[in-house]
Design a protein around this ligand. Structure first.
Ligand SMILES: [Zn+2]
Length: 339
């Protein structure tokens, strides 16, 4: 009976592949964007994939799409951003199970003692022990003033609420979270230099020095090179400074994508033909750039499978949250049936 049920489920799956998207494999105090998978859970995901799916290099999946030969139960594994934990934690697990992955690397912070702007912003507003009560700043010509009220001091209760907050699913639970989200939304479309000016202003207001937490570092140059040397894994383009591309002119998009490609090609000494759009954000000009530059495949963050009719520069991916073994198994089966 069970066997019949399982085969019924298997045969109901359409001919489509799934591309999984991970960002961070780590144990962190908060995960407001739901993008961090604990190393133990990650190993369980990989175990399940190695037993139940055909995991192929992302390049192979894109080549199968070109030939219109996408096969059911095919999976590709991807990572975005280039955090050091991808190299230190994820790669050894993938190597152990001999499963390939593609790492899309934003190169601005490679080998640098700098956090991504969104991590530093979150740390200041959600976890600084003390902040002045009134915040004022002019961002892209608009002045905002925000009163933190009685949340200047980070109480134990506030800290716990911030550690539990899932910004994708829930409204900001505190005034600090509300201000953080407002600033995150305003900084996201800006160019990197402008984001850094705003961050400098926020640091000064909060009376803190810039610092890099080790667990928020990007890979070093040597780590990137070592990852590139692997015959199992590959590297992909994720721009230099991780801009929301659709908010910028075509020339800027071209430069961000092609300069990143040149940097990564030089670092790993191999051709790089795949792209993942930062924040999954793109417009028709982005697609023109990746087409004109000859990229073989480009990935969004739209939660869809890859099928023979998919556009090669608009390929969906499924964001993998910190799921237990059982929950991952169920979710994987659902993704494989999501058109
Ligand atoms: Zn990214």
């Amino acid at each position: 009976m069970l066997r019949r049920l399982f085969s019924a489920i298997r045969f109901s799956r359409p001919d489509q592949a799934c591309v999984l998207m991970y960002h961070r494999i780590a144990a962190l105090q908060s995960d407001i964007w739901n993008i961090t998978v604990h190393p133990d859970e990650f190993e369980q995901h990989i175990q399940i994939l190695s037993k139940q799916a055909t995991v192929v290099p992302t390049e192979e999946l894109v080549a199968a799409l070109e030939r219109k030969e996408i096969k059911r139960n095919t999976i590709a594994i991807t990572f975005d951003d280039g955090y050091a934990d991808n190299f230190l934690v994820a790669k050894p697990i993938l190597d152990h199970y001999k499963l390939p992955a593609t790492f899309f690397i934003a190169s601005q912070n490679i080998g640098r003692e700098e956090e991504f702007w969104w991590d530093e912003l979150e740390n200041i507003f959600l976890f600084c022990d003390y902040l002045p009560s009134v915040f004022t700043s002019t961002i892209a010509g608009e002045t905002i003033t925000f009163d933190l009220g009685n949340e200047s001091r980070l109480s134990h209760d506030l800290k716990q609420q911030h550690q539990r907050w899932d910004a994708c699913e829930h409204e900001p639970p505190t005034r600090r979270c509300a201000l953080f989200l407002q600033l995150w939304q305003r900084l996201k479309p800006l160019p990197h230099a402008e984001q850094q000016i705003q961050l400098a202003h926020i640091r000064q207001w909060a009376n803190i020095d810039p610092s890099t937490r080790p667990e928020f570092r990007s890979m070093s140059g040597a780590q990137l090179q070592s990852l590139g040397d692997s015959n199992l894994h590959s590297i992909g383009v994720h721009t230099i400074s991780h801009p929301a591309l659709a908010h910028h002119p075509k020339e800027f998009q071209w430069q961000e994508l092609l300069d990143n490609q040149a940097f990564l090609t030089n670092a790993v000494g191999k051709p790089i033909n795949l792209v993942a759009y930062p924040y999954g954000n793109y417009n028709h000009e982005t697609m023109e750039v990746v087409d004109q530059a000859g990229f073989k495949g480009a990935f969004t963050t739209e939660a869809t499978g890859v099928k023979n009719t998919s556009h090669k520069h608009r390929l969906g991916r499924f964001q993998v949250p910190n799921l237990s073994k059982q929950a991952f198994e169920v979710q994987l089966s659902k993704w494989q049936r999501t058109r």
